[in-house]
Design a protein around this ligand. Structure first.
Ligand code: SF4
Ligand code: SF4
Length: 340
């Protein structure tokens, strides 16, 4: 067990170092996924803050001023009126995940943003072996407290900290600390392990998201795979993005063995970004793409190039000096041939 954890730590550290270096090369441009992710982050967090602040919905376990659609109402009435929008939102989620896969995990889930923020802190502070130093822990703790404060808005009116009894203040602080602790542990200790192994919502979405219409595949107009393996290193779910239809990843934690790689993929696009960055200096189109599937299948290199796969992953620092292997034709499609 201990060996497995340290392997994961090593892998996540390598992932972090790779994407950090790729994102900070001289010739780098702002990747489109960075912009999409930033917009998604702002929208989601604005939503989390605006709903309780505007009174669209909020519980107040201190003053009893529960709100729904801008009106004050008793607790049970708020819960009753929340049932329909909650049900509709869940039906939409089921339909979206069933059709498109786990984009919610890769682009909407706050845990995903916490992991990325902690990754950014590690990269920015030059954390050794992926471990945050004192500064990193302090910054992670501060952001955890802020995030927990926003989440607490859903459950208590913040005037409790001025007008509340000592007991009410104490309970509010306990709730705040609990949320902050959860967020802090997620950032500094669990990180992508939560998504990869332990998230019950992830299991639910994986079951729903088997054989979806979107995902990662070989770009029909892309450059044949140069086997640099940067996409594998960048993947937070420990998958080979070039062959999501291939042999299933060894699953651990609460996932089922029967889930295929495509269902485990959280559609985060990190592999596509890494591939884009690899080919960026040569102005060539990436091998991988994400979107509605055109059934182009696996992006693995041709068998004759397989020997090269045994070499170590290309160091991002060397990326700009290396040339991709030239393939006259697109790579063979083992997924299709095995299906046939
Ligand atoms: S295969 Fe690509 S999109 Fe899927 S989880 Fe891995 S990096 Fe993200
Ligand atoms: S060229 Fe692209 S698809 Fe091939 S190994 Fe490198 S990052 Fe992955």
């Amino acid at each position: 067990m201990e060996k497995k954890i340290s392997r994961t730590q090593k892998r996540l550290t390598k992932r972090l170092q790779t994407i950090w270096k790729l994102g900070h090369r001289k010739e780098k441009t702002t990747h489109r996924y960075f912009i999409y992710r930033l917009v998604s982050f702002l929208v989601i967090h604005a939503f989390i803050a605006i709903v309780p602040l505007s009174g669209i919905m909020r519980f107040d376990f201190w003053g009893g001023n529960h709100m729904i659609w801008g009106e004050q109402a008793p607790l049970l009435e708020v819960a009753r009126r929340f049932v329909i929008p909650f049900g509709v939102a869940n039906i939409l989620i089921v339909l979206v995940v069933r059709w498109s896969g786990r984009y919610l995990c890769g682009w909407v889930c706050p845990v995903n943003f916490m992991n990325r923020w902690a990754d950014w802190l590690r990269g920015f502070l030059g954390a050794k072996n992926g471990r945050l130093g004192f500064k990193g822990h302090a910054m992670a703790a501060f952001t955890s407290i802020m995030f927990a404060g926003v989440f607490l808005l859903w459950f208590v009116d913040f005037r409790v900290f001025i007008q509340g009894s000592p007991r009410a203040i104490l309970w509010s602080l306990v709730a705040w600390s609990f949320f902050a602790l959860f967020s802090y542990v997620q950032m500094v200790a669990l990180s992508w392990r939560t998504c990869e192994r332990y998230c019950p919502s992830g299991v639910y979405f994986s079951i729903l998201g088997v054989k979806t219409k979107t995902g990662i595949e070989r770009n029909p107009n892309g450059t044949p795979c140069a086997d640099c393996k940067l996409c594998i290193t960048a993947c937070p779910m420990d998958l080979d993005p070039r062959n999501l239809l291939g042999e299933a990843r060894e699953v651990s934690g609460v996932y089922f063995d029967t889930l295929d790689n495509s269902a485990l993929c959280i559609r985060c696009g990190d592999c596509v970004e890494a591939c884009d960055r690899f080919f960026e200096p040569r102005k060539l189109p990436a091998t991988l793409r994400m979107g509605v599937l055109q059934n182009t299948g696996s992006a693995l290199p041709e068998p004759k190039a397989k020997k090269a796969r045994k070499t170590k992953a290309t160091s991002p620092s060397k990326v700009s000096q290396e040339k991709p292997e030239s393939h006259e034709e697109g790579p063979e499609d083992p997924a299709r041939s095995s299906a046939a």
